[in-house]
Ligand binder design. Structure first.
Ligand code: EPU
Length: 420
């Protein structure tokens, strides 16, 4: 199993280019199922989750070709198996995103129940509730959800809670439904307007994506299109926190600063200087001593502070002055990085969904284990700060969501290498 070995204590400096967003690319790849014509998607990040999604689509019968510059062409003219098997769904929950497109275009989808995962229970009841309201019948068979609808019907759906992939699934399903669908209490994450832009280029009629009410007027058919995936706001935030924690000056380029307001506010509160341009953000130490201050934060749906940046800020707080109280409200089990950070000497106490992080003078390198994607990122950040060597084990989690992380960090001056 591959590991990362990091010699800590070196500040990151320089410029790093941001990749396409994983959580935008995954639903957009599924949108390829909605048309018999080719969908060309560019700026697709080279990640394990993307490869998993491509093999899932390939198994169903989608023709896939890879173009230059991270471009992928999908051609779903002939689908023989509208199914996401257990082996796929268990490795990547986002496989559930095929549910809406398959039902809308082929009248049937068979998707394995995802079950719980490392960060929480994560049910899909809202996805099913929405499809049912649109006239689909849902049955369960040996752990599979079977959704059938000759043609989905437009309705008004009020989501019981804010769900990102739930909103995406229903938005995609509604593009081919008969009549108008209104999704209330929709998620507002920036990946949703990015998906809507792709669907619109394919001929869908969508209004309000990015707000909590999305209106979709169904059409009979969607056509081929080209779309470039938005930059990854969580990768952006992760590099900014890594730079801040190590006391360096880093510019991230090809980013979208407007999608990171809550994260940038917290970085300013932590005491670093942030400058932004149209597609770049620079983080630098503030003032003469450059000491970081621990910050309090509470995760919540966009535009509030993202759960996907919580672990990285816990790492930042461990080496800041003072105490930061971190409240996780989205997932019930997203503090697994805490136990690993403690191995490096961090002072953190967890009470329910709150982590109380007291900054320490320094962390010391140790061997730690990655448990999920963002937890892994927080361990890498801590390793970059810690004195001596930190070995992060099970980095396949990291490869799910960070493109060439060790190359990018090396270019910023980090001493980091992949070892078997
Ligand atoms: N939920 C339900 N019922 C549902 C759907 C969700 O109870 O039918 C609950 C979940 O259990 C959770 C909350 O609602 O407590 C929010 O979950 P959401 O559905 O929004 O999460 P998701 O769509 O499965 C996406 C991202 C996650 C990110 C969350 C929250 C993708 C592919 N994944 O997951 O990304 O943490 O939204 O912003 O877009 C990551 O990239 O590391 C990652 C986990």
């Amino acid at each position: 199993m591959e590991k990362l070995a990091i010699e800590g204590g070196i500040s990151l400096n320089g410029e790093v280019a941001i990749s396409g967003a994983k959580n935008a690319a995954l639903p957009i790849l599924c949108a390829g199922l909605l048309t018999a014509e080719p969908l060309i998607i560019s700026n697709v990040p080279h990640l394990r989750d993307v490869t998993t999604m491509l093999s899932l689509l390939g198994q169903m019968g989608v023709n896939i070709s890879v173009h230059d510059k991270l471009g992928i062409e999908l051609h779903a003219s002939n689908i023989h198996t509208p199914e996401a098997p257990y082996e796929m769904v268990k490795t990547m929950r986002a496989s559930v995103l095929v549910l809406g497109p398959l039902t809308a275009r082929f009248g049937e989808a068979r998707v394995s129940l995802p079950g719980g995962c490392a960060i929480g229970l994560r049910p899909v009841d809202q996805h099913l509730k929405g499809l049912q309201a649109m006239g689909a019948t849902i049955s369960m068979d040996h752990g599979y959800m079977i959704v059938r609808a000759p043609r989905l019907k437009g309705v008004r759906i009020c989501m019981d809670l804010v769900t990102v992939t739930g909103t995406e699934n229903l938005m995609m399903a509604a593009t081919l439904a008969e009549g108008t669908t209104i999704i209330e209490n929709a998620a507002r994450e920036p990946e949703i307007p990015d998906l809507a832009a792709c669907l619109t280029a394919m001929g869908a009629k969508i209004k309000g994506a990015g707000s909590d009410t999305i209106t979709i007027e169904g059409v009979d058919k969607l056509h081929g299109a080209s779309h470039s995936v938005m930059p990854d706001r969580i990768e952006t935030g992760t590099f900014l926190v890594a730079a801040a924690a190590t006391g360096g000056t880093v510019r991230v380029t090809g980013a979208r600063p407007g999608t990171l307001d809550a994260v940038l506010d917290k970085l300013r509160e932590a005491g670093v200087k942030i400058e932004t341009g149209t597609d770049w953000i620079t983080v630098a130490p503030n003032g003469t001593n450059g000491k970081l201050r621990a910050v309090n934060l509470r995760t919540a749906p966009y535009p509030a502070f993202p759960t996907d940046m919580q672990a990285q800020f816990v790492a930042l707080n461990t080496v800041a002055s003072g105490t930061g109280v971190v409240n996780e409200t989205i997932f019930e089990n997203r503090f697994m990085h805490v136990q690993e950070l403690q191995r490096l000497g961090a002072d953190i106490e967890v009470e329910g969904n709150t982590a109380i992080v007291k900054g320490v003078e320094h962390l010391d390198g140790a061997t730690v284990m990655a448990t999920d994607l963002r937890a892994s990122a927080s361990l890498v950040i801590a390793g970059l700060v810690a004195r001596g060597t930190t070995v992060v084990d099970r980095i396949y989690h990291l490869d799910r969501g960070y493109e060439s992380i060790e190359e990018k960090l090396s270019k910023l001056g980090a001493r980091i290498r992949r070892v078997s």
